[in-house]
Write a protein that binds this ligand. Sequence first.
Ligand code: ADP
Ligand code: MG
Length: 324
Amino acid sequence: MQLSKIGEFGLIKKLRTKCKNIPPEILTGIGDDAAVIKQGNKKILITTDMMIEGIHFDPAFTTFYQLGYKFLAVNISDIFAMGGKPKYFFISIGIPKNYTSEDIDELYSGILKIAGEFGVAIAGGDTCASKKGLILSGTLMGSADRIITRSGAKVGDGIFVTSSLGDSAMGLMLLKSQMSDVRSQKLKTRNSKSLLPLIKKHLMPEPIPLKNTSKVTSMIDISDGLLIDLSHICDESRVGAVIYKNKIPISGELADTAKFLRTDPVKFALNGGEDYALLFTAPPDIKTTAFKIGEIVKSGRFIIDENGRKKIFRSEGYEHFKRK
Ligand code: ADP
Ligand code: MG
């Protein structure tokens, strides 16, 4: 079967069924942001993420320093999504012939910068040549006292996000159109104050942990887009969701830029991805600085628009093999 038919998530689902011999110490295996392994009284978290040239990044748009920073940031985000603390990082790289040792040095400066910020130590890795494009694969270990999975959402819970969404997707669009598009050149001269934060959010996302997780019932980080990642919570928790378009937090920079481009900023928030904000569910009346955007219901997935109209949402966002 063509991979474009089943997509990344269809393939992972198939692999998950195939890899079903799971020993009892694996408390959470395939299907969450990180695996949870019980070792005595401790719970160890392990997550792994790749970044591939031409798929995840374009060296024309990023410095190696920024790339290194983002590479560890996306792994840290998965540990935060489980309510954990990141600790040890393993870095495997495939390097094409035309790269220099200075490029890799710069990459590591970016990795070490964020590693220092979050108390992560580099504990190993692997180094190979690559025929085409830079390949990065990172494995991050962490720990947590209270694990939060994707599967604990309850009917009646509120749905929350920890920060504004869509900035990264707009940042990427601006980067892609930077060289050629006259409109974006105009935009650039008009209000670079709005553009730079959006581009920075895309190139160097800052993962932020949720401080108080005691009442949180489920959590995921928004890496592929709000609708896809909320769908993962619905799938794993066997529940439905209703979200309100006008409650989705949008930054001033995104609103401003979208207005100039005559486009809907919420579209970037719903489908964009790479926000690395946390999406969680908890009793609706909890005290939190996060934004409440909807409720968990028994079944169905709905979005209420600004006129109060209810529409079914599909899990649109980034999925490997499905994009041209
Ligand atoms: P995230 O976006 O949080 O990094 P993914 O969508 O990449 O999560 O992965 C979802 C789940 O599927 C995770 O538990 C991950 O470990 C697992 N997974 C992804 N690819 C594979 C694979 N090739 N083999 C086994 N498990 C996989
Ligand atoms: Mg994740």
